[in-house]
Design a protein around this ligand. Structure first.
Ligand SMILES: C[C@H](N)C(=O)N[C@@H](Cc1c[nH]cn1)C(=O)O
Ligand SMILES: [Zn+2]
Ligand SMILES: [Zn+2]
Length: 474
């Protein structure tokens, strides 16, 4: 295994790899904003082009259209697939990633333009830097490095890169089902690098939470009203909405929706012990997010509530007055956006009914003439793997080779909507191999990835392909 040569190539091409990331960050590939859809299509084209340039057999798979709330529909971004090598004597891995991003505006509080990669003190700032453009590029560069040095890839490598992850991977489930016996037929393992380390120590991830995302709409008068002229004479939609949202979760984090907590798998002694053994400092966690108090003051409780308990988050209210100033309005229609992270053994279909029934019963008690409509727009299941699988042993060996330490075995509080479908539909084993730093600020202002994580992460992937090729039949 010519590891030295391969890593030397990475070192001498650092600026080139950063330049490609700069070009990718410049594309506002926000999948949640339909006005940005042409940018998202361009992002998929650029991804396909990059894979073609390094010699892949690339396809852009049409996955249909997305229905919008106003009844119209728009094209979903095509899914990019690529293949490098077809040697039947070798294992085949499939790397999944996404090149869409969360929304970002400079005025949200970014120190730099979110769509202009900015290098400050070894950190590369930009929306999507860590989630998930740099990790996808690190995987592409991994193949590029082997090929540039004329070193045979130790395994066949396939890619599946999508552009709708941040909004629930619309259309991808169907594509996986359709290609189960074609694209996926020779795949042995699926690798996902769309999460981050827990601390400065590299990590391997064996579980993600799912997510059920809801819209709760309360509709009242036919138009917005003057709060002085009409206030006190009508039951206000916003008051109704805040009233029912307040019944979702208690201040101490207890979910109040009947049946939800009861479904959660019990924390086993073995799991408790695993969390106990992880090095994790609550004080630096507080410092990182700028808070003096957390919901839990011991490590195991905190990690368990981050990874394997459900939680309710209220994200925002569409239709509410939110601009600067003092507009005295009664909004006629307001739509709350909230989500519930899912853990084993919760089932999104069951949660959908529990939440809808509960909110309607709470609303009924208010005896309001306004109309409530609850819809679940994303229903992503949690994913859990066996951390004793050889894929994780291979991960440990690769981390040891590149970083000289044992990785943490962790779970991820966020969601990779397609992970569970990969497992259920294809039956293949999955590993999550993160390269992002714990403080990368995914979905937040000033998202970044460090040069170090980007480059050493590429070396980790190079080493990982070798380690996977060494896995004995199991
Ligand atoms: C972990 C991953 N990088 C991510 O950020 N996923 C999103 C996916 C999602 C879930 N509901 C809606 N989108 C997330 O966890 O928020
Ligand atoms: Zn992501
Ligand atoms: Zn994300």
């Amino acid at each position: 295994f010519r590891f030295e040569e391969l890593t030397q190539y990475v070192n001498s091409h650092e600026e080139e790899f950063i330049e490609t990331l700069r070009q990718w960050i410049a594309v506002e590939s926000d999948s949640s904003d339909v006005t940005k859809r042409s940018d998202l299509h361009r992002m998929m084209d650029m991804t396909a082009e990059k894979l073609r340039l390094i010699g892949g057999s690339v396809e852009m798979v049409d996955i249909g259209t997305q229905e919008l709330a106003n009844g119209s529909s728009i094209a979903l971004p095509k899914v990019v697939t690529a293949r490098f090598g077809e040697d039947p004597s070798k294992r085949t891995v499939c790397v999944y990633g996404h090149v869409d991003v969360q929304p970002a505006k400079k005025e949200d509080g970014w120190a730099t333009d979110p769509y202009e990669l900015t290098d400050i003190d070894g950190n590369l700032y930009g929306r999507g830097a860590s989630d998930n453009k740099a990790p996808v590029l690190a995987w592409i560069h991994t193949v590029e490095v082997y090929r540039a040095l004329n070193i045979d890839l130790p395994v066949n490598v396939k890619f599946i890169i999508e552009g709708m992850e941040e909004t629930g991977s619309n259309g991808l489930d169907d594509m996986i089902v359709a290609q189960k016996d074609s694209f996926f037929s020779d795949v042995d393992y699926i690798i996902i690098s769309d999460c981050v380390w827990l601390s400065k120590r590299p990590a391997l991830t064996y579980g993600t939470r799912g997510n059920c995302y809801f819209f709760a709409e309360v509709e009242g008068p036919k138009k917005d009203l003057h709060s002085g002229v009409y206030g006190g004479t009508i039951m206000e939609p916003m008051t109704d909405l805040i009233g029912i949202l307040d019944k979702l979760i208690s201040p101490s984090g207890k979910i109040l929706i009947p049946g939800v907590r009861e479904a959660v798998a019990h924390l086993s002694d073995e799991e408790w012990k695993m969390y106990q053994d992880i090095e994790f400092d609550l004080e630096s966690y507080k410092r990182e997010i700028g808070l003096s108090q957390l919901m839990y003051s011991n490590k195991v409780d905190l990690l368990a509530h981050r990874w394997r308990h459900p939680t309710v988050t209220i994200h925002g209210i569409e239709g509410a007055f939110s601009s600067p100033g003092t507009k005295t309005v009664i909004p006629a229609k307001v739509i709350a956006k909230f989500s519930i992270r899912q853990v084993p053994n919760m089932d999104p279909a069951v949660v959908e009914k529990q939440v809808t029934d509960y909110l309607h019963s709470v609303f009924a008690k208010r005896k309001s003439p306004n109309k409530l409509n609850v819809t679940m727009v994303i229903g992503a299941k949690p994913w859990l793997a066996d951390p004793k699988h050889p894929l994780f042993e291979a991960g440990k060996a690769a981390v040891k080779r590149v970083f000289g330490v044992e990785p943490d075995l962790i779970r991820e509080g966020g969601t990779i909507p397609i992970a569970r479908s990969f497992q259920d539909v294809t039956g293949k084993s999955i590993i999550m191999l993160p390269i992002g730093g714990f403080d990368d600020g995914l979905h937040s202002q000033n998202e970044k990835i460090s040069r170090y994580n980007y480059m050493e992460g590429t070396k980790l992937f190079i080493a990982y392909l070798h380690e996977v090729s060494q896995i004995k039949e199991h």
